[in-house]
Design a protein around this ligand. Structure first.
Ligand SMILES: *Cc1c(COP(=O)(O)O)cnc(C)c1O
Length: 730
């Protein structure tokens, strides 16, 4: 099924649209005008979504690309359309403006807003060197390099033009309240990416602010090169200010009015500071900072708070920005510091400003990203406990369901409409033999795709090793007779950022125990790992190195039964290939430090069962005997559980629990494949309707307080009925 589009597109030319800011490709003129006007409505009836990173690579999902492919459009007689089409079909399809889960969640969320016709503007930064690229050498471990990419060649990205001078890029002027009394104005350019709905009849514009222009001062340019790469604390603070401070000037330049501002993490919280400054000026006049009293500030805060919705994403301390107050004396206006003194006090460390505290203080709604995370967040921020609720994360089902699986779903009458409504999966059962059989075939195909990819990679690395100095990341590439991985062998996947609390190496804690399990019944296993450690995260890099170091040991101890492979350069397309290509998805964090986790949901969208610690979303997604397996500590969360110190990570206990569980899973897979398949079907039935971003977006819409037309309200209600995240205990 290629869904009948809700709008008529007669020729490819219909996908060209323009307005005073430029010429775009992907939606009709009517759609562009309609959405743009909505975002400009005088009553501010739209939301603004702010995120440090957005991950939405077009090679993984893009409705316009799909449309071109389905309609077999390869060019156009119209010159303008042809240029766009060539760019779409042949241009680079990666936008490396994300580092991991936070960014991918943002991208998935915006796609669902578009599918559901929710008027939202998104704002993030454009990083000329993206997030770092990962190379892996078995002796050295991870090697980080800048990612060079070309926004101007990337389809789906459009640089906005200056309406008064269409030959020049639009430049907005961003005020930084520096240590001098006058704001320092910094110029920045604007790129737009459109997250276009599946039906091509709506979009969410995503504005990426490019500070790295010729006229920029050095301190701005160096801060704008790479996502999350800061040589100094000042640089890091400036990166956050660059995100929060551009919001209001951008909205004004576009005439956009969105009343509600959603902070996807506290990184962009400087926008709240700017709103407070504006409101103070409005109430007290131009020289407000000479006259304002604490009471004035607090009054203004109540007003500004009505506009802010805040999502907190992690209980891990490194995720919460704190900066020395003394440093702020050097970079920030006294008026900002007075506001921060009042609102950003760090209880534990009086010499620092805590920006999570600021975000917690100034909002009308705070939410965590799962039920367990809600309870943990309440405990961490008792002052704000009453207003913290849960909106459990989701993933954009259309992005993460593999092509092979999607074809099976399309063919099922009982799933009719699943592309627009992931709730349709509620109706499938394990009695539908044809469905189960077709699902199994698709799964085998996806497994083969992954295994072939790995074998090609191992061979390529082997050749590179013969030609260059490179030491390949995988032990298997170094063997004289490199044995191929085989499809159909139980394949376990693990891929995510390499933070220590995620314990990527947990299941290798006792290699002898692991080997004994496999040797006992002569069962084979492929272990496929991927993920990046932040360049400054040395402990994270050591964990990655440990995975590499274990390859040979494991292979030898199991007499070749276990093959452990590392795929370098983890990104969205590798993620998609893995979650659909493996037979089970492993998640082994220290409970409760994985606030939600989303890669396991991507697996669930494909039916792939999870083997997971009872943390984050799995507390809600695990159903005994139905959706996958649990292991590890699942007792109450005490203060000690929140520690990330090496000694407290419970390796021995939790790995033992995994070794107890593994034989059961292997037996099921090898000896009762029908039963194993049943788990996949139940997983689809129980988890697809819940852990998707349509449901999540619907829960957010409630917090955004928007006036929507009747049909959109009906859509939102429908998805809200699928699940209520904020029910009682986790
Ligand atoms: C989904 C995804 C993540 C997040 O995975 P978690 O399980 O939430 O840690 C990180 N990186 C990429 C490329 C992803 O696609």
């Amino acid at each position: 099924m290629t869904a009948e589009k809700a709008i008529t597109i007669e020729t490819e030319k219909d996908l060209i649209s323009q307005n005073e800011f430029g010429t775009f490709f992907g939606v009709t003129q009517d759609t562009l005008d309609r959405v743009w006007h909505q975002l400009q409505e005088p009553d501010g009836n739209s939301a603004v979504y702010i995120s440090m990173e957005i991950g939405a690579d077009p090679d993984v999902f893009h409705p316009v690309l799909d449309f071109l492919h389905d309609a077999e459009i390869t060019g156009s007689e119209d010159e303008v359309a042809d240029a766009f089409i060539q760019k779409y079909l042949h241009g680079p399809h990666k936008i490396p403006n994300y580092s991991g889960g936070l960014g991918v969640l943002a991208g998935d969320t915006l796609k669902s807003f578009a599918d559901m016709h929710i008027p939202v503007t998104a704002i993030s930064l454009l990083y000329k060197e993206g997030y770092f690229s990962q190379f892996v050498d078995s002796k050295v471990g991870q090697i980080d390099q800048a990612t060079y990419w070309e926004p101007e060649k990337t389809p789906t990205l459009f640089q906005l033009h200056d309406p008064t001078d269409p030959g020049s890029p639009l430049e907005i002027s961003v005020p930084f309240f520096n240590e001098h009394d006058q704001p320092e104005r910094i110029k920045a350019q604007v790129w737009m990416k459109m997250e276009i709905s599946e039906e091509l009849d709506f979009f969410v514009p995503e504005f990426l602010i490019d500070y790295s222009i010729d006229s920029a001062p050095a301190w701005i340019r160096e801060a704008s090169d790479q996502l999350y790469n800061a040589k100094t604390t000042i640089m890091k603070a400036n990166q956050r200010r660059m995100l929060g401070s551009c919001v209001l000037p951008l909205m004004e330049a576009l005439g956009f009015t969105g009343r509600t501002i959603h902070l996807n993490e506290q990184h962009g919280v400087a926008v709240s500071l700017h709103l407070i400054l504006r409101e103070l000026k409005k109430r007290l006049g131009k020289d407000f900072y000479k006259r304002m009293k604490d009471a004035d500030i607090l009054q203004v805060v109540d007003t500004v708070a009505q506009r802010i919705v805040y999502t907190i994403h992690t209980p891990v301390k490194a995720g919460h920005d704190r900066f020395p107050r003394s440093m702020y004396t050097g970079i920030s206006h006294q008026v900002c510091r007075r506001i921060l003194d009042l609102l950003a006090k760090d209880e534990d460390s009086p010499s620092e400003y805590n920006f999570t505290t600021l975000a917690m203080r100034v909002n009308r709604a705070v939410n965590s990203v799962s039920r367990l995370h809600r309870d943990v967040t309440r405990r961490q921020f008792p002052r704000f406990a009453d207003k913290i609720t849960a909106v459990t994360n989701g993933v954009h089902h259309l992005t993460w369901i593999s092509k092979n699986r999607a074809r099976v779903f399309d063919d099922q009458a009982i799933l009719a409409g699943w592309r627009n409504d992931p709730g349709r999966f509620t109706d499938i059962t394990t009695d539908q033999r044809d469905f189960t059989t077709a699902l199994n075939i698709a799964w085998q195909q996806d497994n083969r795709i992954l295994i072939n990819y790995i074998n090609r990679m191992l061979r390529m690395h082997r050749n590179q090793m013969l030609e260059t100095w490179i030491d390949p990341p995988n032990f298997l590439s170094r063997l004289e007779e490199a044995p191929d991985l085989e499809s159909g062998i139980f394949t376990l996947g693990f891929a995510r950022r390499f933070s220590t609390y995620k314990r990527a190496d947990l299941i290798f804690d006792d290699i002898d125990a692991l080997a004994a399990i496999l040797l006992q019944k002569n069962q084979r296993i492929n272990l496929v790992f991927a993920g990046k450690a932040h360049p400054a995260d040395e402990p994270g890099k050591s964990v990655l190195k440990l995975i590499l170091d274990n390859q040979e040991k494991l292979y030898k101890k199991t007499k070749g039964l276990a093959k452990l492979v590392f795929i370098p350069g983890y990104d969205m397309s590798i993620a998609k290939m893995m979650v659909s290509g493996v037979h089970a998805w492993l998640n082994s964090p220290k409970r409760p430090l994985e606030a939600s986790g989303t890669s396991g949901m991507k697996a669930a969208m494909n039916g792939t069962p999870n083997i997971s610690v009872m943390d984050g979303w799995w507390v809600e997604g695990y159903h005994e005997g139905l959706t996958g397996w649990k292991f590890g500590y699942e007792g109450p969360v005490e203060e000690a559980n929140l520690s990330e110190d090496t000694g407290t990570l419970l390796y021995a206990e939790d790995s033992l629990s995994f070794y107890k569980l593994l034989p059961e899973i292997l037996d099921l897979f090898y000896e009762q494949p029908e039963e194993y398949l049943r788990v996949a079907v139940d997983n689809l039935r129980l988890n697809v309707p819940i852990f998707n971003t349509h449901r999540m977006a619907a829960e957010y819409v409630e917090k955004y307080d928007l006036q929507l037309d009747e049909s959109t309200v009906a859509t939102v209600r429908h998805f809200q009925k699928l699940y209520q995240s904020n029910q009682d205990s986790a």
